[in-house]
Design a protein around this ligand. Structure first.
Ligand SMILES: CC(C)(COP(=O)(O)OP(=O)(O)OC[C@H]1O[C@@H](n2cnc3c(N)ncnc32)[C@H](O)[C@@H]1OP(=O)(O)O)[C@@H](O)C(=O)NCCC(=O)NCCS
Length: 100
């Protein structure tokens, strides 16, 4: 149903979390689960000190709409980033400091 892989930095020394992959089976898309998952992931990561989320997405992938709506912004492009030669778009979102 859902596959999610995230880059793992044991102690988050640089306080940056790399989101590797997020993918739902087609029947579960466009129902709010992606936003829910990202919101939960960001909240959990904030709690362990992460201050910035980072990801790459294929230039022609409409998933960018979701990332824009969540507050991610483009920081660069990487030519031939994917094995099929497609360009990657780098996106970043700062996470606000939380008080508990
Ligand atoms: C990307 C993905 C994980 C998003 O999950 P999702 O459950 O479909 O997203 P949501 O339903 O939570 O969408 C949240 C918002 O983003 C928008 N959005 C999400 N995917 C979109 C798409 N493909 N095209 C246009 N808008 C999209 C929705 O319209 C929604 O906006 P709203 O809240 O204003 O209605 C899912 O579509 C997927 O598995 N895609 C295939 C794999 C993929 O491309 N992964 C990303 C690799 S970087």
């Amino acid at each position: 149903m859902l596959t999610i892989t995230q880059g793992y930095k044991p102690e988050y020394v640089d306080r940056i979390h790399e989101l590797e992959t997020a993918c739902f089976s087609r029947v579960y898309r466009q129902q709010g689960f992606g936003k829910l998952l990202m919101d939960e992931a960001e909240a959990s990561l904030q709690k362990v000190g992460v201050r910035k989320m980072r990801l790459e997405v294929q230039v022609d992938n409409p998933a960018q709409v979701l990332y824009f709506k969540l507050g991610y912004r483009v920081t660069g492009v990487k030519n031939n980033y994917y094995s099929n030669g497609t360009t990657g778009v780098s996106m970043v979102k700062p996470l606000k400091r939380r008080s508990f």
